[in-house]
Design a protein around this ligand. Sequence first.
Ligand code: 13P
Length: 248
Amino acid sequence: MRHKLVIGNWKMNGNRAANTALLSGIVAGLNDFGADCAVCVPAPYLAQCQAELAGTPVAWGGQDVSIHADGAYTGEVSAAMLRDFGATYVLCGHSERRAYHHESNELVAQKTVAALAAGLTPVVCVGESLAQREAGQTEDVICGQLQAVLDALPADDVAKIILAYEPVWAIGTGQTATPQIAQDAHGFLRNCVASKNAAAAATVQILYGGSMKPENAKELMAQPDIDGGLIGGAALKSTDFLGIIQAV
Ligand code: 13P
């Protein structure tokens, strides 16, 4: 039985005062929950998470990571730096990184390798655009994104990653994938993982992301291959984030 996991991706939002209010609201409301939870925050706020979340059930992580260990890479943040601030998770290949920073499938795979090498759990994000879905390319696109990562990992490491299916057309649009559309993609991704490591396919957590809210979380999470959520907008209000966690 796979455990459910809900991760809030704050994207480029927050300030110290608002973060404290949000984090304390989440911690205070976390009773009777059936899911693990975490927040992935802008790098400058990792220290704040470490100070305010240590000893609570809420884990934290980064939103991106360098492929390099250290050196002359201005602006980059290494996996070891994220670990230094207590991060458990890091997002790799979020669609906004792929779109605005031209991250290729191969670069995302290298980031996944770098994260694992430092002891982080990479959350590898995949998802098709609306044009790709309408052209019938969904499976080709998400399989290609995942395959680059599978190719870069030894079979044993496949069990150490988390996947997130985030259809680009559902992100920030209010247009959530139907539970069936999401389940179909998750089942497909799990089969792709099985081609590399059958045992890992049974245990790997696959999160859904894209306009998940308290109102639609229960039905999505009830799908057999949906193991949690990667939440954007609704992760910025503690009552919404808690509502999703409690929908599990
Ligand atoms: P929204 O929940 O705002 O649609 O964002 C989803 C997302 O991109 C999480 O990584």
